[in-house]
Design a protein around this ligand. Structure first.
Ligand code: CTP
Length: 139
């Protein structure tokens, strides 16, 4: 049987936590399909991405552990997506623990531990900090 795993995320400023999660999810089955949230959907959630959907989706699709990418543009599409992809496992990082348990009637729901100390929010904050300046004047 081809075991299909499905997950969702924004994957903005793609980082090692994203890669580790997707790698572990792929190891749970034979195919990994990933819903990447659109810029419009992020706006609905009151979030603005740094990298546009088309580029975020291209980065995720290029990963060897990812078999297909599709747009996530609303909160309610997960049941339809699970059915149309024939997904056996729905997986997310454990910051979402319990949030999608209702999908357990149509597939297995798993929450994997997040990689500590890295997030898009943190990277964005770091990049915004003024960098340390070295004094260009001679001694
Ligand atoms: N994720 C993870 N480990 C991290 C960061 C994210 O396993 N250190 C997982 C999340 O749990 C989610 C997926 O990666 O299942 C996509 O997360 P996303 O929200 O796009 O990334 P974050 O870095 O959490 O972004 P933000 O800071 O905006 O919440």
């Amino acid at each position: 049987m081809n075991k299909i795993v499905i997950t969702y995320g924004t994957f903005d400023l793609f980082h090692i936590g994203h890669l580790k999660l997707l790698t572990r999810l792929r190891a749970l089955g034979d195919r990994l399909v990933v819903g990447v949230s659109t810029d419009e959907f992020n706006a609905v959630k009151g979030k603005r991405t740094t990298i546009p959907y088309i580029d975020r989706a291209a980065i995720v699709a290029a990963l060897s552990v990812v078999d297909a990418v599709f747009p996530e543009d609303n909160w309610d599409q997960k049941r339809t997506d699970i059915a149309r992809f024939g997904a056996h496992v729905f997986g997310m990082g454990d910051d979402w623990k319990g949030r999608f348990d209702d999908l357990g009637d149509i597939c297995e729901v798993v929450y994997l531990p997040r990689t500590p100390d890295v997030s898009t929010t943190e990277i964005r904050a770091q990049v915004r900090k003024p960098s340390l300046q070295t004094d260009p004047s001679p001694c």
